[in-house]
Design a protein around this ligand. Structure first.
Ligand code: HEM
Length: 354
């Protein structure tokens, strides 16, 4: 069942056989928490069949650092996809090596130095993910990508610590609440394939970064997303996402079980400012959601604006206080959305280095 989903199957079939073996001598005697094998040996999921092996030798600027990159390709896979990925992987590998001396400052073997190097590596990984996501993201598909974040993370339940931001959405696309999310996953799969050719990334990180980029592409706040989430290999429990028919107390309770406050609920619901629900310009992330909620246009006949859950927020005193603040100050909305988004994408996450 685990690998039966097309996106999982495609990942296995399509991942280029690429091995990056960074042999960085200053780290050989480093502390175990930054061991060479965990930090600098980048294996794609399919490194078993290394038939055609191309080695690129590169010396970084200091004599201490030598970097060896081996690109292995699978000669059994001779289709166009293989050509595309192997050429692109090589190009990426060379570009990555070329920038390594700038990214990593291999000078002193102190703990601080190692932490800085690890940060540098995380930064380069983040930039790479952002770059690839930007290539596939447009104002037109941003809303779907942002919705994907909530549908992955929103399964979190603090009571039994199940669900959360773990990439399991790729196994859950046939659920009724996830109708329409196959396309955003397909779009991100392209970006992930490119990222994976350099350094495998989790779906959870990809989706978290992509959602933040979707907000930014539509003119919303810049949201820095920490990386290192691990993917789950199975679907999350069902029935954890709120239904659109819920009233405000039930929505508040539902979010509370995910570690999210009423303020978070209202700020995050502001994501509905983009997309097809009628809150202003569908491709502009601004505070028109809150302005329109205050006007309650559905009271006048025939207006289809908003979901029942959006309307419910405007009828609740505590929610209304936040709605009013965000309608008055877009800056405040942006700041609170940013913080709530980071809480959302961290909820229930299992981390690589913990
Ligand atoms: C408060 C509880 C929520 C409920 C009940 C809810 C439900 C829904 C529903 C039913 C849709 C319409 C899907 C469709 O067009 O078929 C939708 C759209 C959307 N939701 Fe939510 N949602 C909630 C919270 C959130 C949160 C927290 C986010 C992100 C932070 C989010 C992001 C979006 C986006 C961006 C869309 C527009 C998608 C598009 O038009 O392609 N939602 N939501």
């Amino acid at each position: 069942m685990i690998h039966s989903h097309p996106f999982v199957r495609d990942r296995i079939l399509m991942t280029p056989l690429t091995l990056f073996d960074f042999n960085l001598s200053p780290l050989c005697s480093a502390s175990s928490s930054y061991s060479r094998s965990s930090q600098f040996k980048f294996n794609s999921p399919s490194v078993l069949q290394r038939s055609l092996l191309t080695t690129v030798e590169s010396r970084a600027s200091t004599p201490k650092a030598s970097t060896r990159i081996a690109i292995a390709t699978n000669n059994n896979d001779s289709g166009p996809a293989r050509n595309r990925f192997s050429v692109s992987s090589r190009r990426r590998a060379l570009a990555f090596v070329a920038t390594l001396p700038t990214i990593l400052l291999w000078t002193e073997p102190s703990l601080e130095g190692l932490v800085a190097k690890a940060d540098g590596l995380a930064t380069s990984e983040y930039l790479l993910m952002k770059e690839e996501v930007r290539k596939v993201l447009s104002k037109g598909n941003a809303a779907g990508v942002l919705r994907l974040v909530f549908h992955d993370a929103g399964t979190f339940d603090m009571d039994d610590n199940s669900g959360g931001m773990n990439g399991s959405i790729v196994y859950e696309l046939d659920r009724p609440e996830n109708v329409g999310l196959k396309n955003p996953v397909k779009i991100l799969d392209k970006a992930k394939t490119e990222v994976d050719a350099i350094r495998p990334a989790s779906w959870a990180d990809m989706i978290a970064v992509a959602g933040a980029e979707a907000v930014s592409v539509c003119g919303g706040p810049t949201i820095p997303v920490p990386l290192g989430r691990l993917d789950s290999m199975q679907p999350d429990p069902e029935g954890k996402l709120p239904q659109e028919s819920l009233d405000a107390p039930s929505l508040r309770q539902c979010f509370q079980r995910k570690g999210l406050t009423t303020q978070d609920l209202v700020a995050l619901s502001g994501a509905h400012t983009v997309g097809s629900k009628g809150f202003g310009n569908p491709t502009v992330f601004d505070n028109s959601y809150f302005k329109i909620l205050l006007q309650k246009p559905w009271k006048s006949s025939g207006s289809m604006i908003g979901l029942p859950s959006d309307r419910a927020l405007a009828d609740d005193d505590e929610c209304l206080r936040w709605i009013t603040k965000y309608a008055e100050s877009e800056n405040m909305f942006f700041e609170d959305f940013k913080n709530a988004y980071i809480k959302l994408v961290n909820s229930g996450a299992k981390w690589k280095n913990s």
